[in-house]
Design a protein around this ligand. Structure first.
Ligand SMILES: *Cc1c(COP(=O)(O)O)cnc(C)c1O
Length: 222
């Protein structure tokens, strides 16, 4: 199936209020343009260099999301246009995003990435580390950051019960952090969870943003 069909099929099966992030990493701008022409506006990239090149080639109303490991010294490169950063997992990174967003007089949406999966290699804060981080800061010291919610990747497994438990754990953590740290912040509302193979489960467990690469663009060539 083509990119256009994949997008319409996904959009038709997503409940209202669940956003579709089309993960275009490793796919050429022409493929992104095809998705754009099918009405898709939110695209996710995981490498700064690649994002920079694509951002210059594609229409200005694309909403770019950063979903990969972000080095502090690269924040300045994406600060002029990035809409949401899904992968914030340290105080230092948060401070740098605040600094660069302020320099560009912008507000950048931030999701805190939580390490929920069984794998050692995945990025992210532990739930305890995330509580600590939020207890240590005052959101008003970050006027150019909108704390938008949490992100996670589930374990890469066929064990759907495990995947479901991980998404449930993220949802519970979200509820706890929301009531503890953001009770009056309506913007803290996003749960970015679910990829091509597990988005159905994620949506059942309360995802508000799914990140789909293969399911839209096909298999990536690394
Ligand atoms: C690549 C990637 C995705 C998309 O993965 P697919 O399995 O191709 O849908 C989603 N989230 C993150 C963080 C990724 O790096």
């Amino acid at each position: 199936m083509g990119i256009r069909e994949n997008i319409s099929r996904l959009k038709a099966s997503l409940p209202k209020g669940v956003a579709l992030v089309a993960v275009s990493k490793f796919h050429p701008s022409a493929a992104i343009m095809e998705a754009y022409e099918a009405g898709q506006r939110i695209f996710g990239e995981s490498r700064v260099q690649e994002l920079k090149a694509k951002q210059q080639q594609l229409p200005a109303d694309v909403e770019w999301h950063f979903i990969g490991t972000l080095q502090r010294n690269k924040v300045k490169d994406i600060a002029p246009y990035i809409h949401t950063i899904h992968s914030v997992d340290s105080l230092k990174l948060l401070q740098e995003i605040e600094k660069q967003a302020a320099a560009h007089r912008r507000v950048i949406n931030v999701l805190l990435e939580i390490h929920i999966a069984r794998e050692d290699t995945k990025q992210g804060l532990t739930p305890a580390g995330c509580r600590e981080l939020l207890a240590d800061i005052r959101p008003e010291d970050y006027p150019h950051i909108q704390f938008s919610g949490l992100m996670c990747m589930a374990t890469d497994t066929d064990d759907t019960a495990l995947i479901r438990r991980e998404f449930q754990a993220l949802r519970r953590l979200f509820d706890e952090l929301k009531s503890t740290f953001f009770p009056n912040n309506a913007s803290f509302k996003e749960l970015s969870m679910g990829m091509s193979h597990d988005w159905l489960i994620a949506v059942e467990e309360g995802s508000t943003m799914i990140r789909i690469g293969t399911g839209i663009f096909g298999v990536r060539e690394y």
